[in-house]
Design a protein around this ligand. Structure first.
Ligand code: RP5
Length: 163
């Protein structure tokens, strides 16, 4: 297992669902668990420990509101932690964005965009970290970028055909 995905609540799943698809597409083995930094703090710590023992190299933490899951995970590991702020009703995810991004110096969290785009980017960022020592993954990332560039070009052609 290379990536551990931790959700602050089952209700956070929609934010990371597409990201899990990305990890699957790239063939990256991952685990996923629900654990709350405040409702199950001991389980959170235990999951960090067992993940490290299982060879996890990158953590993705998905949480909303006063989101401190990513920061708490980062407090317990020196492996990279990627935080995904969940878009919640009250403040549209701005609360979680600031809670995740504004880590005091010393304990970094790589903070993604709010919501589903952040979930997808978290997976891609995790793949990029793993690709540092995996040429096969790097080639897949290059191919993924080339595919997106081709899609942009195709969209331009389609748009002009409509005019
Ligand atoms: C946070 O509170 C979770 O990450 C979730 O985004 C939010 C709401 O949790 P539930 O009330 O849906 O369990 O801890």
């Amino acid at each position: 297992m290379k990536v551990m995905v931790l959700l602050g609540s089952e209700s956070d799943f929609g934010t990371i669902e597409a990201g899990l698809g990305v990890l699957k597409d790239f063939g990256v083995p991952f685990g996923i668990e629900v654990t709350s930094a405040h409702r199950s703090p001991e389980r959170t710590l235990a999951l960090v420990r067992t993940s490290e023992a299982a060879g996890v190299e990158v953590f993705i933490a998905v949480a909303g509101k006063a989101a401190h899951l990513a920061g708490v995970v980062a407090a317990h590991t020196v492996r990279p932690v990627i935080g995904v702020p969940v878009e919640s009703e009250a403040l549209a995810g701005l609360d979680a964005l600031l809670s995740t991004a504004q880590m005091p110096k010393g304990i970094p969290v790589a903070t993604m965009a709010i919501g589903k785009p952040g979930g997808t980017n978290a997976a891609l960022f995790a793949v990029e970290v793993l690709a540092l020592k995996d040429d096969g993954l790097r080639k897949k990332l290059d191919a993924h970028r080339a595919k997106m560039a081709a899609q942009v070009e195709a969209a331009s052609v389609t748009l002009k055909e409509k005019l």
